[in-house]
Design a protein around this ligand. Sequence first.
Ligand code: 4NP
Length: 162
Amino acid sequence: MRLLVVCLGNICRSPMAEGLIRARIEASPLRGRVDVDSAGTGDWHVGQPPDRRAISTARRHGIEIGGQRARELVAADGERFDWLLCADGDNLDAVRRRIDPSCHPRAERLLVWAGIAAADVPDPYTGDERAFERVWALLDAAADGVVARLLAESAAAPRRSP
Ligand code: 4NP
C-alpha cells in the first residue's frame, strides 16, 4: 500500500502528516507494509527541508522530519500511489487537475478519508507556533484514523497465503 499526502508547499502540513503516519504505521501490525510520501501542489519550496516550525513541532512530539525534502506533485503520482490524501479542498481540486481522471476516485481529503469530523487541515504557514500545534493535533488524530482504516481494510481483505 502506498500513501501520498499532499498540501500546498510540502513544507508544513504534509511533512508533519508524513512523519506522523509513518510513525503510527511502524508501531502497528502494518509495519513494513505501507509506504508514505508527501508532495506539494506548488513548486516554491522544492528541495527545501520542512519549515523550521514544523520540524520543532514534530520534535516536541518525538518525531523527526528534518530529513524530508519538498517535491512537487507530478501526474505520475496518480498511478504510483493507492491513495492521494489532501490537506484541504483546494489541494484536492489541484490534485484532480494534475492527475488522470481514472485516478480521481483515489484522491480524497485526508481528514475525510481518515474519518475525522473536520474536513480541511488549516494552513499554518502564516500562523504562529500555536497554529502548528493545532494542526499537529488534527494530524495526530488523522494518523490514528489512517491506521484504523487500513487495519480494517486489511482484515476485510486478508492477503492470500502463498
Ligand atoms: P503547507 O504550507 O502547504 O502546509 O506546506 C504552506 C507553505 C508555503 C506556502 C503556503 C503554504 N507558500 O505560499 O509559500
